[in-house]
Write a protein that binds this ligand. Sequence first.
Ligand SMILES: Nc1nc2c(ncn2[C@@H]2O[C@H](COP(=O)(O)OP(=O)(O)OP(=O)(O)O)[C@@H](O)[C@H]2O)c(=O)[nH]1
Ligand SMILES: [Mg+2]
Length: 369
Amino acid sequence: MKTIVVITPTFNERENINSLVEKVEAEFKKLDYKLKILVIDDYSPDGTAEVVLKLSKKYKNITLRSKKKEGLGAAYVFGMNYALAKMSPDLLVQIDADWQHNPSLLPKFIKKIEAGADFVIGSRYISGGSIPKNWGLHRKIYSVIGNLIVRFGFGALAPHDWTSGYRMMRTEVYTTVRKGLEAYSGYTFQVAFLYRVRTMGFKIAEVPLVFVDRIHGRSKIAPYDYIKNVIFYVINNSTFIKYVLVGGVGFTVQAVTFKLLNAIGLFPGLSVMIGSFFAIVTNFLGNNLWTFGHKRITGVTRLLKKFAQFFTTSIGAIVIQGVVVSAGVFLWGRALEFWYMIFAIIFLVIPYNYFIYNRFIWKTGAKKN
Ligand SMILES: Nc1nc2c(ncn2[C@@H]2O[C@H](COP(=O)(O)OP(=O)(O)OP(=O)(O)O)[C@@H](O)[C@H]2O)c(=O)[nH]1
Ligand SMILES: [Mg+2]
């Protein structure tokens, strides 16, 4: 029989933990799994630990570990490492103690695993899932926008819910992604964890989660800090967002040079060429140092060779804009000429360059050439 370890982190969940544990126990009566429950409590001042100790007298499969307060991610890393060392799990579960993650979904999670998934998420952003109707507008916006930023940054159509903390996984998923996870001691842990799971190519499934508001106790999340940390994490890990930001700087350099040179009396045709050259240099350096920093080109000869290649491919972007703007003017006249250029940049130049950079300039294994 397979062993499943359900880990729940607690901080001041005295009013929730008893009924939650009872419900998890009840769910597993119907299932052919050996259940173990692991509560990671950060010395909650409200006496959560005493309630768990009482429960552990009634159910022999409950373990309580207490530690100093270090945040949600730290509690999970501690709990998962403990489970690996002492509880021989085949499956691991992350569940909040505050009843926002209904244990009645656990059999559905297990079905997904049995059907071949490695990692299952209780998802609020798929059909059948939802966030609380009574949440204030700002909380709804934080949650929805936070998820969209992550999905856009990572180019991820799926999974749909990156910040949900209701998850089940095969143990090997954790052992594969665990290295370095200690760095994410707070709520960003969930995003960093899932990013690694997805990057390693594990099969991810989602189960709709109706996420209700807490009834007892208080939320520990600081939404503003949370979304700020998530955005930093995504920017730091998303090649595409870095590429767009560097492109924005390049565009600004070009515009400023153009205006300055024109102001000192240079012929605009010449200013625009000098401006484009500066933008190309800015893009090359910015992308080499930051966007593709993990594949950085080094050495004077290689840098010059790659810059020549970069310069040549940039001509493609110039031609694309030339063709689109000319076609626009030819078909619909000059009134919208600026917008033809913007259209060409957003829908053609950005994808074109991104493709070329990944495929030719900073291609994987580029060091060998
Ligand atoms: N051990 C431990 N548990 C924590 C810590 N912070 C939060 N938790 C627990 O993690 C779970 C989720 O925390 P919540 O504060 O409910 O966060 P949330 O569910 O994202 O936010 P709400 O929707 O506002 O409840 C709960 O079971 C908390 O008790 C912590 O620092 N240590
Ligand atoms: Mg909660």
